[in-house]
Write a protein that binds this ligand. Sequence first.
Ligand SMILES: [Zn+2]
Ligand SMILES: [Zn+2]
Length: 267
Amino acid sequence: MLLGTGASRGVLSDRLNWLQKIDCLRKDVVKHSNKRPTYHLTKKSIELYANGLMAMNWERKYFSTPNLNALQLTHNICGQHFWPVMECQHCNKEITLDEVSFRPGPGASRDQRITKTRRRSSASSIDQQLGKTLYRNLINLLGDRWTANIIALSFHGLTRFDEFHQELPVATNILTDRLKYLVTENIFDQHPYQQNPPRYDYQLTNKGRDLFPYFVTLLLWGDRWCARQQGKPMLLQHDSCGMPLEAQVLCNQCGIPLIATEVQFKI
Ligand SMILES: [Zn+2]
Ligand SMILES: [Zn+2]
């Protein structure tokens, strides 16, 4: 992965914020409740099918639940039970974080938020209602805007508290809390790089890195449906083939791109 010299650092998290600002993502806050706000998609949801499949992949890999284990997907086109895979449209290689680089596009902008508000801890008890959904763990992780942004920045190669703090308008106590939460959730491994005072590097675990396809599908959808006049805010390149990143989510049995209406879910 190519790392920018600073210019490209915030673009992925800026992108998530921007999607929210222009109402492609909607934030729901439950009034008079301790529930964490959640982000919802407001339109073009059919096009987000690939994103949902990537969320399911991640959940199924890291959280074994009776519901998820029993889930069977059948592809109407080939008639097989299948699993979705994300590949580069140009070279047909599976897409991983290591082989994608980012740089700001013509529509890039900096994060302008100035709100440094104090919030309660993210490590609250799991919302019982979310237990009914297939993506409970992913929603729990990414429903908080700071954790979503911290993970996005870590895809750009940021690993240290000060680096995250420089990019995000977040209070230090909240950032400390979120990093601790992400370590507890095994998204980051914590490695000391300084003893006195103690300082840590936060490195993505495999579980954290495997969130990348989920983010990629969300970004590519944003480019398609929420386009800015100035152009794309971020340009992604597949380093394996050198082409602009165009991902497709395919049936692992027949290799045909998956469409919602051609897949049967059975739980
Ligand atoms: Zn490629
Ligand atoms: Zn198939």
